[in-house]
Design a binder for this molecule. Structure first.
Ligand SMILES: [Zn+2]
Ligand SMILES: [Zn+2]
Length: 347
């Protein structure tokens, strides 16, 4: 498709971005052109927009960024037979190579040559995006565009919950950002016996209670470790899932993990951390899983199953809905600690 579109463009290797006219992206044989209907701001974008060292090491402007989106297929390459023009889709962020050992053994989400939409190739904060056919999930009719744009982060939450059984278990979910909150709600629907949420922001903790947490504890207060132990009959939690990447949270987590329990690590620490392996892991016979992204596409199937129950409150996860051109307002709100997920809607 020829013509121009509006987009949020990272022009230079510097903080900020501009809203400007850009050419509509060209597509290759195995790509589709998507008219973006809704897009959401991710933690990654909170590095790219202000231009943190994390972004400086990975992103090469000029480019459109953003990677959580839904929309309609409006054009497709000659090699795309799996999808049709008019299909409503959500985007999978991870672009697999389809050739490496991981891709060939059904682990495309940890492809050895992974590229990421909106980080290594142009993103979705624009009216149109070119997407490889490997990165498309067809939405059920009952899933609206706003929910569709949040399936990618919901997938991270749900992937964290599917590495270990949660049915009938006590689960501590550490970190109540959008992904942690989605995990609280999904764990409830998946039949967790007891959900304890932790965070440092009171507004996020009250949301966790609304979304199904049995207890929500502020880790800036004292004796939280004892509280969690007493809530779990002094046995400790069956499972702890960390969505914070915070060193103290992770270390604290092992103190309330029961013997033989499971720790799932999702949040990314920004530095090396030390841990007393003897008492925290070995004597405890703790199982530790690292989780990244979503399985392609088993996690997406699970997310749709959870949505189909009708009990998942994606509306409560939304922190604000802005026009795409109001991106600065949305980023400012997040910088000021607003809870929930910010959506940007192209005109
Ligand atoms: Zn994301
Ligand atoms: Zn690969």
């Amino acid at each position: 498709m020829k013509g121009t579109m509006k987009g949020v463009f990272k022009e230079n290797a510097a903080p900020g971005a501009i809203y400007t006219d850009l050419p509509i992206p060209e597509i290759g044989d195995n790509d589709v052109l998507v008219r973006v209907r809704a897009t959401a701001i991710c933690g990654t974008d909170l590095h790219i927009y202000p231009w943190t060292p994390w972004a400086q090491a990975r992103v090469t402007p000029p480019m459109v960024f953003g990677h959580e989106f839904s929309g309609d297929i409006v054009e497709k390459g000659s090699g795309v037979t799996e999808f049709a023009i008019g299909d409503r889709i959500a985007g999978e962020t991870h672009i697999p190579c389809n050739k490496c050992h991981q891709c060939l053994t059904d682990n495309r989400h940890i492809c050895e040559h992974m590229k990421i939409i909106g980080v290594h190739v142009p993103g979705c904060f624009s009216e149109y995006i070119s997407v490889p056919k490997d990165c498309l999930w067809k939405l059920s009719d009952s899933v609206d565009y706003n929910t569709g744009a949040m399936l990618e982060p919901m997938g991270v939450a749900v992937h964290g919950l599917t590495e270990t059984p949660v049915l009938g278990r006590s689960v501590v979910i550490m970190g109540c950002g959008p992904i942690g909150l989605m995990a609280v709600n999904a764990a409830k629907i998946m039949g967790a016996k007891q959900i304890i949420a932790t965070d440092v922001v009171p507004a996020k903790l009250s949301l966790a209670l609304e979304l199904g947490a049995d207890a929500a504890l502020n880790t800036t207060e004292e004796n939280q470790s004892e509280k969690i132990l007493s809530l779990t009959n002094n046995i400790g939690a069956d499972t702890i899932i960390d969505y914070t990447g915070n060193v103290d949270a992770i270390r604290g987590g092992f103190s309330w993990l029961r013997l033989g329990g499971t720790c799932v690590l999702v949040g990314l620490p920004n530095r090396e951390i030390t841990l007393d392996l003897t008492s925290s892991v070995i004597y405890k016979e703790a199982k530790i899983f690292g989780v990244t992204g979503r399985r392609m596409y088993q996690t997406w199937v699970k997310c749709e199953e959870i949505l189909a129950t009708g009990n998942f409150r994606m509306d409560k996860i939304v922190g604000g809905i802005y026009k795409l051109e109001e991106y600065e307002k949305a980023f400012d709100a997040l910088k000021n600690g607003a809870p929930g997920k910010m959506l940007l809607i192209p005109a």
